[in-house]
Design a binder for this molecule. Structure first.
Ligand code: SF4
Length: 313
């Protein structure tokens, strides 16, 4: 059996992850003089890449580990691209950690925009609400709600939006400013925003057109452009191939969104975390196979998967 395999040229690490890994490697290879580097949370949601960095001395810790440390003088803590709430920096500083802050500039800007919106709402006295479209408990989202002392409503999907408005958690008569986690689906964010605006207009007994002029609803365009661009290109890539092998850890939020996108245009999409998971029965003679991945999938892993499929078939 023969197949033709293509690797999606737009898949692979995004700029934020590349920068975090580069900083970690500079420390581990030279600047740290053999010291270990502590990463708060996985620097990238990819076990194979993590294993490579751990070989060099990267140690991944979580918030519970951090709370058990009493003295970290002389140790170095890396804050990954997802960012952290302000409290984490205070804790790390109080423990004596030196911090390498690898928060992605796009996330830093989003954090600042949320702080600014919150400050504006407080100054205006209009009792506004901050709404974040994102995954509850995701590190980036925890960092975002931490910018406003947790005074924000997080919704993951349309169902949660309906529930939050029905229960009054989101008050349709109060002004809202909506932000999205950087890696969410642009299409889903657009639907959430338009549904919320429609519900607010209805509650205020106005048409959506007339409601727009009231300044009660603001949706910020905060999905990372690297992710947004990837959506349209990946959709085309998935439709141009007979089979899609999507490579990312199952823990990757961006991986789930992008893999679902591939499945929506190509039913023969398979999600794997490593080359060992490939199954021969997925392929037919002369299939055009596309290999792609998330912003947390290293290029070398995509190449390994492509090579494995070629060897298999
Ligand atoms: S997906 Fe975008 S915002 Fe998130 S880390 Fe990568 S470059 Fe930064």
């Amino acid at each position: 059996m023969g197949v033709h395999v293509d690797i999606d040229s737009n898949s692979g690490f995004c700029a934020g992850v590349i920068k975090a890994i580069k900083n970690a490697e500079s420390f581990l290879d030279t600047d740290g003089h053999g010291e270990k580097l502590y990463s708060l949370g996985a620097i990238v949601h990819n076990e194979s890449e993590l294993a490579r960095l751990e070989q060099k001395g990267l140690v991944t810790i979580d918030k519970d580990d951090l709370s058990e440390i009493t003295d970290a003088s002389g140790k170095t803590l890396l804050i990954r691209a997802h960012g952290e709430p302000p409290q984490t920096y205070r804790t790390a500083g109080a423990l004596g950690f030196k911090v390498i802050d690898c928060t992605c500039p796009v996330v830093l800007k989003l954090q600042k925009d949320i702080r600014d919106a919150y400050a504006r709402q407080k100054e205006s006295g209009r009792d506004g609400q901050i709404i974040i479209f994102g995954k509850i408990g995701h590190a980036e989202v925890l960092g975002l709600v931490g910018q406003v002392g947790e005074d924000a409503v997080v919704i993951e999907n349309m169902r949660m939006l309906e529930e939050a408005t029905a229960s009054g958690q989101i008050d349709l008569r109060r002004p809202v400013e909506v932000f999205s986690q950087t890696t969410k689906s642009p299409a889903e964010y657009a639907s959430i925003c338009s549904r919320l605006e429609e519900m607010m207009a209805h509650e205020n007994e106005l048409s959506v057109e007339r409601f727009k002029g009231r300044g009660l609803f603001t949706a910020h365009n905060t999905i990372c452009s690297q992710v947004a661009n990837r959506h349209s290109k990946l959709s085309r890539f998935a439709s141009e191939h007979d089979v899609i092998v999507f490579v990312s850890d199952k823990a990757s939020s961006n991986g789930k969104v992008l893999c679902d996108l591939c499945k929506s245009v190509n039913i023969r999409t398979y999600h794997i975390a490593k080359a060992e998971e490939i199954k021969k029965e997925w392929f037919r003679n002369d299939d055009k196979v596309g290999v792609c991945g998330a912003t947390s999938t290293p290029k070398w892993l995509l190449e390994k998967v492509a090579e494995e499929i070629e060897n298999f078939c």
